[in-house]
Ligand binder design. Structure first.
Ligand code: NAI
Ligand code: MG
Length: 344
């Protein structure tokens, strides 16, 4: 059978806020290049709360169990009380232990040139395990707050292996292990210790260094081109990946992949952007880049390359840019410009 004609079942989650707008754009663009996905559209997030009283309803989980593959719009998580983050629940449900966030300079003339960093974040452990609660003191129900992080040897080993294998496969030269083992000696010490152990299996093929997270945050701003692959824990990865997205033009361009052994979910790094939802001005490029990673993932790197080239051409040659990138194009205009490049 010709691989180009084999359909691959995949779950499609429009999501909240700007989600439906950018998902619609990306699906149109994927159709243009005959991407092999056969979409099973499912709801999650606030849309699902309204219909099923659960932000992550069973039919959606069932679909991902079946397809093992999803493209997902951003989901709104109420701050503080209410529901536990749906994104975190999804990662736990499908054991999506690796979060991969590449960021590279797209537009010349920005603050930095030539940035090409891939951040690989442990996605299931650390301070995101949900041991987080208040303790009442006297009459104050929020008299104290306690949170515990959990990093395991096995979890640290699994993500470190993923990062080193990724580096080898993608021709990367260096991995920087980012931690806070000087203060969180056990919690992030085990991560550092295990990652350094795993590194030994890769000999001299990959250069290895370690950084304390605060120093890393500063060095990313001072001299980002020194970084290649960054390997870090859950919370630090969350924070640093937004910082890295900021170095290359902001959240409107940053894609992410959540990878497990049996499922992979692709999404933009940004959230549901309630401040611009419904206005038709959201930038679909971050989600489109995530779709390009999804193409790579199903061995259609040819399509991934094509998509990344189209994004580059629209930004740099056509100079069609959304408001978050300093332009004034709306979602429709950006989609049209991308369509033209993908046709061309
Ligand atoms: P956000 O990423 O939604 O927005 C931050 C800023 O970036 C806003 O000014 C927004 O307008 C802008 N922005 C984001 N994406 C854009 C795009 N594609 N085009 C143009 N501008 C864009 O972060 P915020 O406001 O902190 O979170 C909003 C909601 O999204 C929260 O409920 C949060 O929990 C959720 N969230 C969901 C994520 C996911 O589903 N993976 C990831 C991050 C946040
Ligand atoms: Mg985040």
């Amino acid at each position: 059978m010709n691989a180009a004609h084999t359909k691959i079942p995949a779950t499609l989650i429009p999501g909240d806020g700007i989600g439906p707008e950018i998902v619609e754009s990306v699906v149109t663009l994927l159709e243009e290049i005959d991407a092999p996905f056969e979409w099973d559209k499912q709801i999650a997030g606030m849309a699902a709360v309204n219909e099923h009283l659960d932000p992550l309803p069973e039919p959606t989980l069932e679909s991902i169990r079946r397809t093992g593959l999803a493209l997902k719009g951003p989901l709104t998580t109420p701050v503080g009380g209410g529901f536990r983050s749906i994104n975190v629940r999804l990662r736990e449900e499908f054991k999506l232990y690796a979060n991969v966030r590449p960021a590279s300079t797209q537009m010349p003339g920005g603050r930095y040139e030539g940035i090409d960093i891939v951040l690989i974040r442990e996605n299931l452990e650390g301070l995101y395990v949900g041991f987080d609660h208040y303790i009442p003191i006297d009459n104050d129900p929020h008299g104290a707050a306690i949170s515990s992080g959990v990093n395991t040897r096995a979890g640290s080993r699994r993500i470190a292996r993923y990062a080193f294998d990724y580096a080898v496969k993608n021709n990367r030269k260096k991995i920087t292990i980012v931690h806070k083992a000087n203060i969180l000696k056990a919690l992030t010490g085990i991560f550092l210790e295990t990652a350094l152990e795993v590194a030994k299996d890769y000999g001299n093929s990959i250069q290895v260094e370690e950084r304390i997270v605060d120093a890393c945050a500063m060095q990313l701003v001072m001299n980002p081109s020194q970084f290649d692959v960054i390997l870090t824990t859950n919370l630090f990865g969350d924070i640093l990946s937004d910082e890295i997205a900021g170095l290359v033009g902001g959240l409107g361009l940053a894609p992410g992949a959540n990878i497990g052994e049996h499922a992979a979910i692709f999404e933009a790094v940004h959230g549901s952007a309630p401040d611009i939802a419904g206005q038709g001005i959201a930038n679909p490029m971050a989600l489109l880049s995530a779709a390009a990673m999804m193409c790579d993932h199903v061995q259609r790197n040819d399509l991934g390359v094509k998509i990344r080239q189209a994004i580059h051409d629209v930004l740099v040659i056509d100079k069609v840019r959304s408001k978050d990138l300093g332009g004034n194009a709306n979602t429709k205009e950006i989609t049209q410009a991308l369509l033209k490049r993908l046709k061309g």
